[in-house]
Design a protein around this ligand. Structure first.
Ligand SMILES: NC(=O)c1ccc[n+]([C@@H]2O[C@H](COP(=O)([O-])OP(=O)(O)OC[C@H]3O[C@@H](n4cnc5c(N)ncnc54)[C@H](OP(=O)(O)O)[C@@H]3O)[C@@H](O)[C@H]2O)c1
Length: 290
């Protein structure tokens, strides 16, 4: 019988990608829970759902992800990204469920200009990053069968994200100004889902629990990403202007250099990852083939 996977946060861009994945649908018994089905901050309800359903895996895609608002809604962000995650990780331990959780480059400060390894010292710059860091620490403390996959700059067809915003500007033939001093490792939700499918369907997991970066082989700036998207829209002939992060109208600090190193993941699971632009091109093709 196929193993059972519960997906919490199934209406988010990553959650939807898991639920709609043909590979996962064919090989696993996928059960989706959006915020109405399971609000992870309702600890009793989460417990009841897991106890009744007895999944083999819990994919926690639920999160408070609005980086700017997290500064003003600190209690709420902490409840979702830290306290609820702590509760879930205790339940997984009690019920022998393997927890798959997602974290972020925002647990780092991005000050050193080299790619970030899983074991590097954390130092979040903003409250969102702090809550994600605390959520990670709670899992490490409470749970033995877990994977924390750190991802950055994610985008996919089910979300409102950097590429979809750029595409909207292009379709409106509007002027574009994009920062060129934030460097990162963008990856599509389909790239993440494909990687996790390979890991959990082809590998012995027991000896490999832990924290892994899922990121492409190389890095780029936001401006590079926008230029790559523009190449796919031949009718858009405007120049994409460069600006610096300090000129953006935000007071919330963000890491400048967010390049997660994928060497540990590749070595452990013998997995090939693509370059950032290959993921982006597949995403664009997918978007316009449907
Ligand atoms: N997006 C990125 O660039 C990025 C980068 C690095 C890491 N990550 C991490 O990757 C994971 C997936 O992110 P994503 O981009 O898919 O985020 P997303 O699109 O914002 O999805 C998060 C989902 O969680 C739901 N949610 C919020 N509070 C909840 C609660 N109390 N109970 C149950 N569900 C709740 C949201 O529902 P509502 O919308 O109704 O509130 C939403 O459907 C997160 O852990 C995030 O921290 C994302």
């Amino acid at each position: 019988m196929n193993k059972k996977i519960f997906v919490f946060g199934s209406s988010g861009q990553l959650g939807k990608e898991f639920i709609n994945s043909k590979d996962f649908q064919k090989n696993f018994n996928m059960v989706s829970f959006n915020k109405n089905d399971c609000n992870i901050t309702d600890f009793d309800s989460a417990k009841e759902i897991l106890r009744e359903g007895k999944p083999d895996f819990l994919f926690n895609c639920a999160a408070y992800t609005n980086v700017d608002n997290a500064e003003y809604e600190q209690e709420k962000a902490n409840l979702v990204n830290n306290l609820a995650v702590s509760n879930i990780s205790k339940l997984c331990e009690e019920m022998n469920i393997t927890l798959i959780h997602f974290s972020t480059d925002y647990v780092f400060d991005g000050i050193s200009k080299r790619s970030i390894k899983e074991t590097d010292r954390k130092n979040p710059l903003n409250f969102y990053g702090m809550t994600k860091h605390l959520g990670e620490e709670a899992i490490l403390k409470n749970c033995s069968k877990f994977f924390i996959f750190r991802v950055s700059w994610i985008y996919g067809k089910y979300g409102n994200n950097f590429p979809t915003k750029i595409i909207k500007f292009i379709n409106d033939n509007a002027d574009l100004t994009v920062v060129d001093d934030q460097i990162g490792a963008p990856i599509s939700t389909s790239g993440i889902v494909e990687t996790i499918f390979k890991i959990i369907s082809q590998h012995e997991l027991t000896n490999n629990y832990g924290i892994y970066n899922i990121s492409p082989n190389n890095f780029c700036s936001r401006h590079d990403m926008a230029e790559m998207i523009k190449k796919n829209f031949k009718n858009y002939s405007k120049k994409i202007y460069r600006i610096k992060s300090k000129d953006l109208n935000t007071e919330i600090a963000r890491p400048q250099y967010s390049c997660l190193d994928n060497a540990y993941l590749k070595k452990t699971f013998k997995i090939k990852l693509k370059n950032w632009d290959d993921y982006l091109i597949s995403f664009l093709e997918d978007l316009y083939c449907e």
